[in-house]
Structure formats: C-alpha cells, structure tokens
Write a protein that binds this ligand. Structure first.
Ligand code: 13P
Length: 316
C-alpha cells in the first residue's frame, strides 16, 4: 500500500563505488560541480555537491565558480543553469531527460494567449522551455510562486504551464486574477486523494505533505504544501514522526537521509518520473569524459529568458 524507502542503490555495490571514484576524480580535474534534483536516483544524489529543489539548484548554478556544471535533473533545469551561466559548460548526462509539463507550453501559443489578455503579466513556472521563459515577464518555482505572483504589479496574471500550481497560487493570492494554462505534471496528476487516504488510514498519526503540482483534492488533504526541499524542512520542523509524501517517489530518499528518525510513505501506486531516472552514474562519467552532451540556448533567447529568471532571483 505504501512505499517506504530506506534508499539504497539497486546496482552492485562495488561497481557503483568504482564509478563514483572515477566520477569524483574526473570532476576535480574538470573543475566541475555536480548539481542534482531531489528526485534523482539515490546513487546520483550521493555523489552530488548539492541536492535540492528547482530554486536551490538555480541559486547554486548562479553562484558557482566551477567551470563545468554537471546537471543531474531534466532539460529545463539544465537550460536554467545555462541561462545563468552562458560562459560555462553545462552538461546534461542524458539529453532525453525532458519534462512533459514543460512541453505543454510553447512560445507561439503563449504569445497568442498574451494578445487575448493584454493587461496580464506572464509568470512562467521554471518547468518551461527557455523559449517560453523568453516571452514571459517573471519566472517562479514551486517554492516561491506565491511570493512572485504577489510581488507582480499587474492584477491579472497568466500563470503557466501548470494548472494545479496556478489553482494553488490563486487560493493564496485572492487579490489577483490568475488565468491558468491547461498543463499538468502527469506524475502529480495521477496521485489521487483515495491513494493518499489509504496511507493515512494505515498511519493515522501521519501528516500529509503535498507538492503544489498535486490536484485540488490531494491539496485539500495536505497539512503542508511544499516544494521538494520545502518538504524536508516541513518534516524537520513538525512534531509528527510519520508523513505521507504526495510527490514523485524519489523524494523519499532525501527525506529518509535527512531525517532517519522519521518515517515517510508514498501514496499507493507507482509515482515515478522516468525522465528524472534517466540520469545514471555511467552517463555522468561519460559526460565528464567527453564533455558532452551540452545544453546551450541561443543568445537572443537566453538574454530574454535571463530577465525573467533574474527577476525571480532578485525577489527571493
Ligand atoms: P521542486 O522545485 O519543488 O523541486 O519541483 C520540481 C518539479 O519538477 C516537480 O515536479
């Protein structure tokens, strides 16, 4: 019914240890930093210099003095790292690691939508392509969406591409009119209130922590609505010892690692982002050896996308 994770690698230990050593040696020689999202495979998180949510990763990418960024996440995250660091090499160990949510908005449709709502400002969730960020006014992540929308002067806001996050933001910022895009994250969309309730019944003391990409019904059950890194802080600060975690299952690994004395459960069913799991140790090693595949954004797009990302970073 629930998926409790202690989080150990599924690959043979010695093979992984050898790979890790080679990656860490080569990382030093390349003057590289390894950034990993909270949903990454445990063995990838273990070799990362920093593991975090989209905002934390963007902040680290903005601050780093490394010459090479190895981005263990999905394509839009590596693009954001490049937007902030065009002079650096940004490696994404598997270019096929995409985001179906980000693919639900394209720049031409956003421009057309803007024409229909001329008074509205556009806030683009970080889960968008660089082209979409380039035609948006502000970027935001799940951890600062409410803050960014509040700070925008316009009273009407086109919020894209996630309709669930848009609805959650609208519930928190009632003074503004939020015009949602119709996109959604397939992983969060498939988590049902019934699946969450089943785990709550099995663990009646547990608090529910949900990602704001979850549906309205799941959010209604949540004690905490948080970004992935916000989940760790919420669990740390709570007196509860058990939590139902409504997000991608990889999140149980950083939670268990940070708070081994607490228990974490996933809603029933399989809630796994196959794109996030495409990044593996052999691919990271290969990327450091060949310095490919690189993520690059054309200069004109980058400069316009940078404005939206920078406005967000100035706000947080
Ligand atoms: P976080 O910024 O909360 O880590 O979310 C990233 C994401 O893509 C969730 O699906």
């Amino acid at each position: 019914m629930s998926n409790e994770v202690g989080g150990s690698s599924r690959e043979p230990q010695t093979f992984n240890e050898e790979l890790k050593k080679r990656i860490l040696d080569l990382k030093e020689r390349r003057r590289a930093v390894i950034l990993a999202h909270n949903y990454q495979n445990p063995e990838v998180q273990d070799i990362a210099d920093f593991v975090g949510d989209s905002l934390g990763l963007a902040q680290r990418a903005a601050e780093t003095d490394a010459e090479v960024v190895v981005f263990c996440g999905v394509h839009f995250m590596a693009e954001t790292a490049y937007i902030l660091n065009p002079e650096k090499v940004v490696l994404l160990p598997d270019l096929e690691a995409g985001c179906p949510l980000a693919d639900m908005a394209d720049a031409a449709s956003v421009l057309e939508f803007r024409l229909r709502h001329p008074r509205a400002a556009v806030v683009a969730y970080v889960n968008t392509t660089a082209e979409v960020k380039a035609v948006s006014d502000f970027c935001c992540t799940s951890s600062n969406a409410v803050k960014v929308v509040r700070a925008v002067e316009a009273e009407e806001i086109i919020f894209l591409p996630d309709r669930n996050l848009a609805r959650y933001v609208a519930s928190q910022v009632r003074e503004k009119r939020i015009i949602p895009w119709a996109g959604y994250c397939p992983i969060h969309q498939e988590i049902t209130a019934q699946q969450v309730r089943e785990v709550m019944e099995a663990h009646p003391q547990a608090e529910v922590i949900a990602h704001p990409e979850c549906t309205e019904e799941v959010i209604a059950l949540a004690h905490h609505v948080k970004s992935t890194s916000g989940m760790v802080e919420a669990a740390r600060n709570s007196r509860a010892r058990e939590f139902v975690v409504a997000t991608e299952e990889g999140m149980l690994y950083p939670l268990c690692r940070a708070l081994p004395e607490k228990r974490f459960y996933s809603p029933s069913g399989e809630h796994i982002c196959a794109d996030m799991k495409k990044i593996t140790l052999p691919k990271i090693l290969r990327a450091l050896e060949t310095m490919e595949p690189r993520v690059v954004v054309p200069q004109e797009v980058r400069e316009r996308a940078f404005r939206a990302v920078k406005r967000m970073l100035q706000l947080v």
